[in-house]
Design a protein around this ligand. Structure first.
Ligand SMILES: [Fe+2]
Length: 316
């Protein structure tokens, strides 16, 4: 929890960056932003450095600045982008997030923007994207399909009057999965989720490019995790892999917790150790719906550069 001096210092720093960087373009400003992050309160920097080294599964920061004259919750990311809604909060999130890793984007997701607006959109209520509302988002690894997926998913809450819960879970008892050796093998296909398609109805799962890989990997006693029930499939007929996958999902469901983000709270979710989701809610589209800013972080941006074969942090 930041104190009021730290909060106002972060607000001043974000304003200064915005004033000096008009028109605002996060991709253009992200390297300067990393330098300026050294001006963040020392307590916050030490806290984030320690959490990064220890690979804390969840990192929460409270009392970050949110504008007193916050505009109404936009009805789509396009509206937010057009109106530059929540720019101060975007810069605040990028400043804090850059202490953990490098922000990056996907060319096919929210127009390649580094910071996404998470708000309900008309017509998307039942979709499997962060514009949904009436459909729950199942516990998942972000961008499960890609070897350049983020190490962290960063969320900053601007507004959440209905206390819609963010769900999280992790492998609580690795011993209980010890028998499921298939989870450690390259027997799973990871498909791109619907957020990567402008019109997902036109591209069914089998028509999407996928990566093979294991669900569990890394340290045996505290494994890393790669799973998204909606977009992970074993090879047809591989019953052992299928059963193992379902058992892993059940394990994660049993260990699920609910976090209600309040305005000014940021949550950094380790995407290798924690799966996340969101409860259902009924949108009003009256400017008061839940609104988050989100950015994905990679611990070594060179993974992205190697994939892109260029120094671009917007992945295609
Ligand atoms: Fe997600």
């Amino acid at each position: 929890m930041l104190d009021s001096n730290e909060k106002s210092g972060i607000r001043d720093l974000a304003y200064k960056l915005l004033v000096n960087s008009r028109p605002w373009d996060a991709v253009r400003s992200v390297e300067e932003l990393r330098r300026e992050a050294e001006e963040l309160p020392v307590g916050l920097r030490r806290f984030m450095a320690e959490a990064r080294v220890k690979e804390e599964p969840l990192i929460a920061v409270a009392n970050l600045p949110v504008s007193e004259d916050l505009p109404p919750t936009p009805e789509s990311w396009q509206e937010a982008h057009r109106n530059e809604a929540g720019l101060l909060e975007e810069v605040v999130l990028l400043l804090c997030a850059s202490l953990l890793g490098d922000p990056f984007g996907w060319a096919g997701s929210q127009g390649g923007r580094l910071v996404h607006d998470v708000c309900p959109s008309r017509g998307m209520e039942e979709s499997l994207t962060n514009a949904s509302s009436r459909a729950a988002l199942n516990l998942h690894t972000e961008d499960v399909f890609h070897s350049c997926r983020g190490d962290y998913v960063s969320l900053l809450c601007l507004r959440n009057p209905d206390r819609v819960g963010t769900t999280i879970s992790r492998i609580a008892a690795p011993d209980r999965l010890r028998e499921l050796t298939a989870l450690w093998d390259d027997r799973f296909r990871f498909f791109p989720d619907d957020a990567h398609f402008a019109d997902s109805a036109e591209v069914d799962l089998d028509g999407r490019r996928f990566e093979w890989g294991p669900v569990l990997f890394g340290p045996k006693d505290d494994p890393y995790l790669r799973i998204d029930p909606d977009f992970t499939r074993p090879e047809p007929g591989d019953d052992q892999a299928e059963r193992s996958l379902r058992a892993c999902e059940a394990h994660l469901a049993d260990a699920a917790e609910r976090i209600v983000l309040e305005p000014g709270e940021a949550l950094f979710v380790d995407n290798y150790r924690v799966v996340h989701g969101r409860e259902t809610f009924t949108p009003r589209y009256d400017g008061t719906d839940r609104w988050l800013k989100r950015t994905n972080l990679i611990r070594d941006i060179r993974r992205a550069y190697i994939h892109q074969r260029s120094r671009s942090r917007v992945l295609s």
